[in-house]
Design a protein around this ligand. Structure first.
Ligand SMILES: Cc1ncc(COP(=O)(O)O)c(C=O)c1O
Length: 443
């Protein structure tokens, strides 16, 4: 063995020095793969070739310095921020009630950390800390339901819930305009055997026809409470009626309605449905709550089942204790008369904005909760209009494809309860200038 080895070594050495020469080697066919790029580079090329990616990269490159997506925020305070060397009023924040700067919420988060540490370091499948139980019960009391189950984000709630609720033999109907996380979750449910029907439009007629025609054991109809880009509301009441009539349940991702609309701020479904007893409502703990996570309304029996069936609950981590403490503090505020004052101020700012946009005869949408969209149209104009607002001292988001239809570019304005009438008046003045500069359409 060793002899063979050494003789082969010496032959290889001889060959290496005499044949082939470098020039000859260039002429030889290369072994398969030798000229190929490393697999990781080929993977990146494949990703770049995707249609949506190509469109996005094209715009990002062409409008570098205009789209603000690479802008780094240097500082933030109550409702202002510094970016790209400019100090602007922030109309792009989900902290709709200003709790991100509330000293009581901040103190609760610090105390939660001091008491429980930064993270309890264990999946909830192995048990809960008392603070998590408390937060779930506090949320349930505020929402007026028997119980809730907390997830680390709305996306993880949707991904854990929809496939748990609809499987083989079941029908899952999804409003096409719903958030991407519902679409991704629905695809997992469909992969597990649920029949998926995506409706556009998802009004009571098309929904009724679908539920009438399809064969199913169980049925879940999933929809956003407030569409996150346009700020509009789907016809939840009609959808609930049709869904109930056909023995289904309504699943509402209310990320942008949580704590903002309806009695006690219980959200879009609570605002328009006679009862939410046939609906599962997913609320965000990251947006108006300014903490972290999501919850779903349920009763004790369903909660027990979800703890077994919901994959992101079983296989994922918890919301860290500091944020659970923050969530309990926000619940205190939401259950106090102070919340009415926050909502009153928020509605006042939204009303001032809507009335100003109408006076400017701009095409607008939304305003049901705290998001208002101003239509621009194509992607290039939308980026440029957003930058023009920024240059005038107002940060709003340029919402473009694929978040909205390809020619449905919007200036997405997020109003906060701690904006002032002066902030809104200034924003409207900037909008009127941008309207002239870009020839924005009238209603
Ligand atoms: C309707 C809706 N669902 C889900 C999400 C995702 O929320 P999260 O960041 O908690 O995953 C958003 C985020 O904006 C949203 O608007």
């Amino acid at each position: 063995m060793s002899t063979f080895s050494s003789s082969r070594d010496s032959r290889d050495t001889a060959q290496a020095s005499s044949w082939p020469s470098t020039a000859e080697a260039e002429l030889l066919p290369r072994p398969t793969g030798a000229r190929k790029k490393p697999a990781i580079e080929r993977l990146k090329t494949r990703l770049e070739e995707d249609r949506v990616t190509r469109i996005a990269l094209n715009f990002l490159d062409r409008f570098m310095g205009v789209h603000l997506k690479d802008g780094v925020v240097d500082w933030m305070d109550d409702r202002r921020l510094g970016m790209c060397g400019q100090d602007v009023v922030n109309f792009g924040s989900d902290s709709f009630l200003g709790f991100d700067r509330d000293v009581r919420v901040q103190a609760a988060i610090v105390e939660g950390m001091q008491e429980w540490g930064t993270h309890n370091g264990s999946s909830r499948a192995f048990g809960n800390i008392a603070l998590c139980e408390e937060a779930e019960h506090r949320l349930a009391r505020w929402m007026g339901v028997e119980d809730t189950l907390i997830y680390p984000s709305v996306t993880l709630a949707n991904i854990g819930l929809l496939p748990a609720l609809a499987g083989k033999g079941d029908l899952l109907v999804l409003d096409r305009k719903s958030h991407d996380s519902l679409h991704q979750s629905a695809l997992i449910a469909a992969g597990n055997g649920a029949k998926l029907v995506v409706l556009d439009p998802c009004d009571s007629d098309t929904l009724g026809e679908t539920l009438q025609t399809e064969d199913y054991e169980g049925c879940v109809v999933a929809v956003d409470g407030i569409y996150s880009m346009t700020g509009e509301m789907p016809p939840l009441r009609e959808m609930d009626e049709v869904t109930r009539a056909h023995g289904g349940i309504l699943y509402v991702d209310d990320a942008h309605g949580t704590a903002l609309v309806g009695p006690k701020g219980r959200g879009a479904a609570s605002m328009v449905l006679e009862s939410i007893d046939n609906a599962l409502i997913v609320g965000s703990l990251s947006k108006a709550f300014s903490c972290l996570g999501a919850f779903v309304t349920c009763d004790t029996r369903l909660k027990r089942l979800l703890k077994i069936r919901s994959s992101t609950f079983v296989f994922g981590g918890p919301v860290p204790p500091p944020y659970l403490a923050g969530i309990c503090k926000v619940c205190d505020i939401l259950e106090s008369p102070e919340h009415d004052e926050h909502l009153r101020r928020l509605r006042q700012m939204v009303a001032q904005l809507i009335s100003g946009i109408r006076s400017l005869e701009l095409t607008m949408c939304g305003g049901e909760a705290a998001i208002v969209g101003v239509t621009v149209g194509d992607i290039e104009q939308t980026f440029k209009a957003g930058k023009a607002m920024f240059d005038r001292g107002y940060y709003v988001q340029s919402a473009t494809y694929p978040a909205v239809p390809i020619m449905g570019g919007l200036l997405r304005i997020q109003v906060n309860a701690n904006h002032t009438p002066g902030d809104v008046a200034g924003l409207l003045k900037a909008l009127s200038e941008v309207k002239s500069e870009f020839g924005l359409g009238s209603n």
